[in-house]
Design a protein around this ligand. Structure first.
Ligand code: FAD
Length: 382
């Protein structure tokens, strides 16, 4: 694929760049947990109002129907400008678009795209993280005259990002009594204000409340809130996890490149610690970034025709993690005490890089996926 912009793409890039120069906040993102969340939601609404959300989403689902390259340019410019990222709900929006009824699409997609209605993803449980198929939250069908009218949900989710600020949850629960592993699981669209749901914030090491434990105690949702067919949950979950990666990754490439440039400038100005091992760590971050960039461009090429993302996304996730962690570790080492004594932003970035190897599937699990599903290697021990 030729990564030079076409005339139309260039026009879009210039237009968005000048919009950003005028509208992107000058002040840093607030560090306080609630003010940070409020700041980001307001930013996402601003992007939506200006027409920059859902660029590659189909027109009949509320998007602009543009090729994925526009999404990539949007993210590239956000990262290069050091502006906050765009909304990361693509996987939930795609699940509703692909598996929802007409009624569900009409009810949920407009508010989701506009960042007016907030969603969280209720997959992980205390006994089901990497091994998601071990989930035990159950949704019991309630019937009237042989017709399922509602489901009663009981169980516990954990590490649910942004749950305390969310209006809805995309939930995985077992609908087939006695079913095991990936069989008998369904997806529900659950209003978070449903009686029987108790959402308790988890305060992280960096002081944020971005996670919660969510308890379900006979929480009853209407049968119309089932997404897809009963028992189709595993297929839906796997297809939406693929959408967690994609054109947004190019934004991280330009964001990391910007940080690296700033560190280089600081090095030249003599404000960084000077040790030969630290020089090498900066060089490593540079090499990691170049490898990531090539891989992300390769993935984008394969997505250009709109094809569904496959297991190759695990390679991007691994390289993304490696780059994020090597770069922000180098940043902490090079800035030394200054990184701890400033406004907390360096530490925030460093903590986030550590989480990269856990969320969306740990690095060990990604390596397993690459080995088995991309390289078709046999399972260990067989
Ligand atoms: C920032 C962040 C945001 C998150 N947001 C959400 C969210 O919104 N919704 C949600 O549902 N979840 C969310 N999670 C949870 C995340 O999906 C899980 O933490 C992740 O899947 C790992 O599960 P676990 O924590 O139970 O660890 P475990 O699965 O218990 O793993 C523990 C360790 O064992 C290793 N391991 C496990 N199995 C294997 C294996 N087969 N082979 C090799 N090594 C293995 C793992 O790699 C890991 O190092 C989030 C997590 C983070 C950090």
């Amino acid at each position: 694929m030729d990564f030079r912009d076409s005339q139309e793409e260039r026009d879009f890039r210039i237009q968005f760049r000048s919009w950003l120069a005028e509208h992107a906040a000058r002040e840093p993102i607030p560090v306080g947990p609630d003010s940070r969340a409020a700041f980001l939601f307001a930013w996402h609404r601003q992007l939506y109002t200006a027409g920059y959300v859902g660029l590659s989403f189909p027109v009949d689902s509320g998007g602009r129907g543009l090729p994925a390259t526009y999404e990539a340019i949007f993210n590239d410019e956000l990262g290069a400008a050091g502006a906050p990222s765009g909304p990361a709900f693509g996987h939930i929006a795609n699940a509703i678009r692909l598996y929802g009824t007409e009624e569900q699409r009409r009810q949920h997609l407009p508010g989701l795209l506009a960042s007016e209605v907030r969603w969280c993803q209720g997959f992980s449980e205390p006994g089901a993280g990497s091994d998601l198929a071990n989930l035990s939250t159950r949704a019991e069908a309630v019937e009237s005259s042989g017709v399922v009218t509602s489901y009663r949900i009981t169980g516990q989710k954990i590490w649910t990002s942004e749950a305390i600020w969310s209006d809805w949850c995309l939930l995985l629960a077992r609908t087939e009594p006695g079913s095991r592993r990936h069989h008998g699981i369904s997806v529900f669209l659950v209003p978070m204000r449903t009686p029987g749901i108790d959402c308790r914030a988890i305060v992280t090491a960096s002081g944020t409340r971005e996670f919660a434990e969510v308890f379900f105690d006979d929480a009853e949702v209407d049968a119309a809130n089932l997404l897809g067919k009963p028992g189709q949950g595993w297929v839906i979950a796997m297809s939406l996890l693929g959408y967690e990666r994609g054109p947004a990754d190019i934004g991280w490439v330009s964001r990391f490149a910007r940080t690296l440039r700033i560190l280089e400038d600081e090095g030249r100005a003599g404000t960084l610690r000077r040790e030969s091992t630290l020089r090498a760590s900066l060089a490593k971050a540079y090499v990691d970034l170049r490898a990531l960039q090539v891989q992300v461009q390769r993935t984008l090429t394969s997505r250009k025709d709109g094809s569904t993302p496959g297991p190759e996304g695990s390679i991007d996730k691994l390289l993304m993690t490696r780059t994020d962690q090597s770069l922000h570790r180098a940043m902490m080492d090079l800035r030394g005490a200054a990184a701890l004594l400033d406004d907390g932003l360096d530490l925030d970035l460093y903590f986030w890089s550590r989480a990269q190897s856990i969320f969306g599937g740990t690095s060990q699990i990604q390596r397993d996926i690459v080995a088995q599903r991309v390289l078709k290697l046999p399972r260990a021990g067989k």
